[in-house]
Design a protein around this ligand. Structure first.
Ligand code: CA
Length: 384
C-alpha cells in the first residue's frame, strides 16, 4: 500500500511538460518528419500489434509506404523469438513489428482477454518464447467494431486494464486507441465512447492513436466527416438526410481531385484496405510513423532542432542527445547544470551535475529528463 501511495505521489509530481501524446489527423504529413528521426524510431522500437481486420489498415498502409520509400522499413520477426534462431530476426536498424500478436483484438473474443494475453506475452509466463527476453517495448492493440455498442463501464475497464499494464511494465509504452467510425455521427454511442477514451488520455497524459479522428478528415483537413455521419468506408452524408450509406465518399473524391498527388499514387499502390478506401490506410500508416518519430524524440513540427545536424530536442530550455541512447552516461546536454532522469512511474533513476550523469545502464524504455533550471522535460528512449 505504501508503495502504491508512493507511485501515485510520484505520478502527481511528474513534470507538467511531460504530457501525453495524441496522434490524430494533423499527424499524417510525413514530409514534416526528418528522415533521421524515422531511422531513430526504427532502431528504438520493438513492438507488438494485436488487431483484426480494421486494425490491419495501419499495416496495409505501411506495406504500401515502404514499397515507395524504403526508409520506412519494418520486419515481423515473431518466429525468431517464438521458435528459435533458425528464423530471421529484424536487423537492429529496422523496426521490429509483430503483426497480429497477440491474437484477437480489444473486443475479441471478449473485452478483457487481450490484457491477459499481453501480460503472458510480455512476461513469457507460459514459456511460449524460445528466445526471451524478446525486448518488446511498444504495445498496441486496436478495436474491431465493438465500441459501437460498448457502454461506459466497458470502456472504463479497457482504460483501467491499460493503466494496469503500464504499472506492471514501466519500460513498455502502451498505445491507447479509439475505434473506427460507424456512421452514427456526433451523437452516436461510438463517438461518445471515443470521447471517453480521449478525455481519459488527456487527463492522464497517455499516448493515444486516434484511429477515429484520422479517418474523419481528408488530407486537406478542412471538413470533419465524422460530423457528417462518416463511416469506416469514408462515406458521408452529403445531402443532409442523416444517412451516409451509399452517399458520397471523401477518399474517392479526394483522389479524383488530386490524381497526381503523392498520396493518390501511394493509395493506388496500396493493397486492399480492409473495410475502407486505400487512402485511409495510407493516412493511418503515415500517422503511425509520425507517432514513432515523436516517441523516438522528434519534437514535432514546431520544434526548433530537427535532422542530423542537431539530433537533440530543442523546443526550449535545453537539448539532450543522443536520443535514443544505450547508457545514461553517454548523454550530453546543451547547457551545464543539474539533471534528473525519471522512469515512466516518475521515479528518479539517475541524477547528475555539470551536464553529466553517472554512466548507468537503465532498462530499455521511455524516460523523461528534467533540468533543475526548469523548462520542458525531454522524452528519452533507452535502447539495448
Ligand atoms: Ca445522405
Amino acid at each position: 500500500m505504501r508503495t502504491l501511495r508512493t507511485v501515485i505521489l510520484l505520478l502527481l509530481v511528474l513534470p507538467g511538460a511531460c504530457r501525453g501524446l495524441v496522434i490524430d489527423h494533423d499527424c499524417t504529413d510525413l514530409s514534416q518528419v526528418p528522415e533521421w528521426w524515422i531511422r531513430q524510431a526504427r532502431a528504438a522500437f520493438r513492438m507488438t500489434y494485436g488487431h483484426t481486420s480494421h486494425g490491419s489498415q495501419v499495416v496495409t498502409g505501411m506495406d504500401a509506404l515502404v514499397d515507395t520509400f524504403p526508409v520506412y522499413q519494418f520486419f515481423d520477426d515473431h518466429d525468431y523469438y517464438l521458435s528459435g534462431a533458425g528464423n530471421p530476426q529484424a536487423p537492429d536498424s529496422v523496426l521490429s513489428l509483430w503483426d497480429y500478436v497477440p491474437g484477437g483484438d480489444l473486443g475479441n473474443p471478449d473485452w478483457v482477454t487481450w490484457a491477459g494475453l499481453t501480460d503472458t506475452m510480455l512476461s513469457n509466463a507460459n514459456g511460449a518464447y524460445t528466445i526471451y527476453p524478446h525486448q518488446r517495448n511498444l504495445v498496441m492493440w486496436s478495436w474491431c467494431g465493438q465500441v459501437s455498442w460498448a457502454d461506459s463501464a466497458i470502456i472504463a475497464d479497457y482504460l483501467s486494464l491499460m493503466s494496469g499494464l503500464e504499472l506492471s511494465y514501466p519500460n513498455v509504452t502502451f498505445v491507447y486507441i479509439t475505434s473506427h467510425l460507424d456512421g452514427s455521427g456526433v451523437e452516436g454511442n461510438l463517438n461518445i465512447r471515443n470521447e471517453q477514451i480521449r478525455a481519459y488520455c488527456r487527463a492522464h497524459d497517455k499516448l493515444l492513436f486516434d484511429f477515429a479522428d484520422i479517418e474523419s478528415y481528408d488530407p486537406d483537413g478542412l471538413v470533419n466527416y465524422m460530423v457528417l455521419y462518416g463511416t469506416d468506408g469514408c462515406e458521408y452524408d452529403s445531402d443532409s438526410n442523416g444517412n451516409p450509406w451509399g452517399d458520397a465518399n471523401w477518399a474517392q473524391q479526394w483522389v479524383a481531385a488530386h490524381p497526381d498527388h503523392e498520396l493518390s499514387r501511394l493509395a493506388a499502390a496500396c493493397g486492399d484496405c480492409a473495410h475502407s478506401e486505400r487512402l485511409n490506410c495510407i493516412l493511418k500508416a503515415r500517422a503511425f510513423w509520425w507517432m514513432l518519430a515523436r516517441l523516438a524524440g522528434w519534437p514535432g513540427p514546431s520544434g526548433v532542432a530537427q535532422g542530423p545536424a542537431a539530433p537533440g530536442t530543442a523546443t526550449a530550455g535545453f537539448r539532450v542527445w543522443p536520443n535514443p541512447v544505450r547508457s545514461l552516461g553517454q548523454l550530453r546536454f546543451s547547457r551545464p547544470g543539474a539533471y534528473r532522469v525519471f522512469n515512466a512511474l516518475g521515479q528518479v533513476v539517475a541524477a547528475g551535475n555539470g551536464g553529466r550523469l553517472p554512466d548507468k545502464a537503465a532498462p530499455a524504455g521511455i524516460y523523461f529528463v528534467r533540468s533543475a533550471a526548469g523548462g520542458p522535460c525531454r522524452r528519452l528512449v533507452v535502447i539495448r
